[in-house]
Design a protein around this ligand. Structure first.
Ligand SMILES: [Zn+2]
Ligand SMILES: [Zn+2]
Length: 207
């Protein structure tokens, strides 16, 4: 089997990605599929210095070493091998020294502080999602959770399949509101005979 090579693909707005493929034609197809673009329109080049990381992902450290900038996983600042200019300026303003950039696998952060904050945020979101799942199932025990996601307002949405409902049902925590398609309202009302009807809201099946 031919060895996969690293191809650096332009994805617009000065952003680049790496795809691994045995030849340029395959790389074009892969990159085009990901970007929803015509493979012939894709701009790419072979980067031999990244071939050793096939089949990917490329460690963030290797990309920084080639002079790339990456986005901090926590604050979205630009991070280079020299660190983050924004955080360096902030530290200087406070009389401190510029923080060292940190990488783990394919991720990069401005500093160890931002890495730790990112991990804490992720753990907190997972905790919220599992609390919301439990609350949704306490309310609708026959439902099946498809997925849950923490929301930016400090709550979480739980996407459910409820037996008897044609459409999806979304349970919003901590409000306890259910968003349901109009055709399914009667099913949920029947399922929740013991809960106050004022808690339920319906959507006309839009989205
Ligand atoms: Zn950062
Ligand atoms: Zn920064």
């Amino acid at each position: 089997m031919a060895e996969k090579k690293a191809w650096v693909v332009d994805v617009g707005d000065e952003h680049q990605e790496v795809v691994f493929a045995t030849c340029e034609g395959r790389a074009r197809v892969l990159a085009g599929r990901e970007a929803g673009a015509d493979p012939r329109e894709v701009t790419l080049r072979h980067e031999p210095r990244l071939d050793e990381y096939a089949p990917g992902p490329v460690p963030a450290e290797a990309l920084l070493g080639l002079g790339w900038w990456l986005t901090c996983g926590w604050c979205e600042h630009h991070v280079t091998a020299d660190g983050c200019d924004t955080c360096a300026d902030d530290a200087e303003g406070e009389g401190g020294s510029a923080p060292e950039p940190v990488t783990e696998g394919a991720s990069a952060w401005c500093s160890a502080g931002h890495r730790d904050a990112d991990k804490e945020d992720r753990a907190e979101r997972r905790q919220r999602e599992s609390t919301a799942r439990a609350a949704a199932l306490a309310r609708l025990p026959d439902a099946e959770v498809e997925w849950a996601s923490a929301t930016s307002d400090g709550g979480a949405s739980v996407h459910l399949r409820v037996p008897g409902c044609r459409g999806p049902v979304t349970y919003e925590w901590p409000a306890g509101t259910c968003l349901v398609q109009l055709c399914d309202v009667h099913v949920l009302v029947a399922l929740s005979a013991r809960t106050a009807l004022a808690d339920w809201e319906s959507e006309g099946g839009a989205q």
